[in-house]
Design a protein around this ligand. Structure first.
Ligand code: ZN
Length: 132
């Protein structure tokens, strides 16, 4: 794995949280994008080499809505950049890790993404992402 590509935070409202993170980081949100397949709106910030990604649910029953219902707003996942997502998935499966979905899918920000199951990663949701 390379660097931490982004850290994702689940929020109730981008309208509220984008100005908050703009003040916190001292930088403007540079991109907003809807990911229809995941029922989320995303907003991106740069913090050095790492991005901060805010996630807002577009539906009451989406993954992020259910996460906030259970745990409240907060850290949702950490994403690591990889050169070749297929070979990294293969390597990690051999090490005994499980994935939430079998194949990589298209995520926000022109990435192929895949999530490890948090039961094998000390409760932290970890994403692999490859630039496409
Ligand atoms: Zn992510």
């Amino acid at each position: 794995m390379q660097k931490i590509e982004h850290i994702a935070i689940a929020v109730k409202s981008l309208d509220t949280s984008v100005p908050l993170y703009e003040k916190l980081l001292g930088t403007l949100c540079y991109k907003k994008e809807q990911v229809v397949s995941e029922n989320v709106n995303t907003a991106f910030f740069r913090s050095g080499e790492t991005k901060i990604e805010l996630l807002e649910s577009t539906t009451d029953s989406g993954v992020i809505a259910r996460f906030i219902e259970r745990k409240g707003e907060g850290l949702h996942h950490i994403a690591f950049a990889v050169d070749n997502i297929e070979s990294e998935i293969h390597r990690l499966k051999q090490e005994g890790f499980e994935f939430i979905s079998e194949a990589p899918k298209r995520g926000a920000d022109n990435k192929l993404i895949c999530f490890l199951h948090p039961k094998h990663t000390t409760g932290v949701l970890i994403e692999l992402c490859q630039e496409v």
